[in-house]
Write a protein that binds this ligand. Sequence first.
Ligand SMILES: Cc1cc2nc3c(=O)[nH]c(=O)nc-3n(C[C@H](O)[C@H](O)[C@H](O)COP(=O)(O)OP(=O)(O)OC[C@H]3O[C@@H](n4cnc5c(N)ncnc54)[C@H](O)[C@@H]3O)c2cc1C
Ligand code: HEM
Ligand code: HEM
Length: 449
Amino acid sequence: MALTAHQVKIVRDTIPALTEHGELIASTFYGNMLRAHPELNDYFNTVNMANGRQPRALIAIILSFANNITHITELIPKMERMCQKHCSLGILPEHYDIVGKYLIAAFGEILGPAMTPAVQIAWNKAYWVLAKMLIGREAQLYHDWQHWQGWRRFRVQQKVEEAEDVYSYYLVPEDGKLLPSFMPGQYVSVRVMVPEIGYWQNRQYSLSEQPKQEYYRITIKRDRGAQSVRQPSYLWSSFGTHPGIVSNMIIDQKNVGDIIELTHPAGEFFLDTYNTANAPLVLLSAGVGVTPMVSILNSVIEKQPSRPISWIQGSRDSVPFYLHVRKIARDRPTMKVNIFKTQLADSDLAGITYDHDAKIDLAKVHREDLWLDNSATEYFVCGPEQFMMEMARRLREFGVHSDRIKLELFSTGDTEFQVDALSIASGRSLGAPRSGVASGAASTNSGSD
Ligand SMILES: Cc1cc2nc3c(=O)[nH]c(=O)nc-3n(C[C@H](O)[C@H](O)[C@H](O)COP(=O)(O)OP(=O)(O)OC[C@H]3O[C@@H](n4cnc5c(N)ncnc54)[C@H](O)[C@@H]3O)c2cc1C
Ligand code: HEM
Ligand code: HEM
């Protein structure tokens, strides 16, 4: 049942207090929930929880949601990313009961006497409005995935070093059945059991080949680690500053013949291969963000060989896939290549291993290589957050509308949910949450671009 106008007001009135204590709510919520349901640790990324990303995200989305409660449908495009991620991780409807219970209880702990029965009922309803939308979309996705539900075992057929610390895995399903197609740009989740913590850990890896029925390929960069991270008290303290857990485990321990478990391909960052328009495509990547771009590139070569493509790639030292890219470009006058490299070695050759001895800078790329004069050009950007923000900003300065810029973050989507806290506090705007960077489908309703 929908919320009454009075209940909407009740929910919105609690926002200032919830905002003020946001991080505390998040840690109370996760702490209590995971103590009561330790099995849920198998789903959560311990690092995202430790570095405060997740608590921050929770606050951001709650504000965003409460701010949009009277026209919730505006959040739908942003929900697609969550639903794809949830399904990739195997989240089920029954999990929503648990989460709802501990989330509302955490609100109660923070609001104290202000959490009257009426407030509790209103928030509970609000949570279920959102939860039901997610559950509904997730049911559709699971339905589309047919017989492949949950984790499927794959055998490593080949392991190839693409660059320093970057390895491709060719994975064939152990059941010997043909694989479903996917949209180039999509990812799979991979899980490994981490004995030190006693839980499974899941990570996403983009499929780095065009769809094939016999095998999937993923390409993983070893995360050597360096950053310092705050450790909330409800998490174990045995990790200090630490190399990445899953990337190192896979690269060190998974070799030809070993088993790797994957879920069905998912994600809303992809090239729509049903759209046969030949609009130019600009593929911008940094570091291991190159992986979905290789899948997109290979698909276009196979399906739309005359489609103009501009390949713009940045790497610190060793550049993955440069030979593959050069080989494709050699026979295609409509393909442009700009490879940026910051740490040159004696063996580097201009025009082969790199084109620009610098960090990626769109000002150094010929205007015609960006197809700025064609108002149908599509831009795909993948890499670290700062890089994506910078590329999106530059493209918008060049007059490219956000609708034509698709972004994939290799971490979580903070920027998509930036909320204008001032406008909420003053009750000024009931518009869609302000979106610093519009991400793919999410751009449709972003308010301030
Ligand atoms: C949609 C999507 C697609 C992706 N595609 C790819 C891909 O194709 N290829 C690829 O290589 N990656 C990809 N990623 C990233 C990948 O999912 C992982 O995030 C990455 O491999 C790192 O995982 P990890 O377990 O090795 O590192 P984590 O253990 O998750 O650590 C992440 C970072 O936190 C630091 N850290 C961890 N614990 C601590 C601590 N206690 N103190 C201080 N620092 C700490 C680590 O040093 C590391 O830098 C993708 C991500 C997404 C969301
Ligand atoms: C009203 C309820 C909620 C809202 C509005 C909300 C909102 C958000 C938003 C906007 C993000 C994205 C930012 C980012 O990706 O970094 C996020 C991240 C996250 N949320 Fe929530 N959230 C809500 C409830 C929950 C619940 C109930 C859970 C699960 C138990 C949850 C788990 C997570 C996790 C795990 C992340 C981090 C994802 C990652 O790091 O990959 N959230 N949330
Ligand atoms: C209304 C309810 C919920 C909301 C609004 C919500 C929101 C989100 C968001 C925004 C993300 C980040 C997606 C991304 O950008 O990558 C996320 C991730 C995630 N959510 Fe939810 N979620 C909800 C319910 C749940 C439930 C019921 C579970 C199950 C326990 C769950 C588990 C997770 C997990 C495990 C992740 C990924 C975490 C990670 O990688 O660290 N969520 N959620």
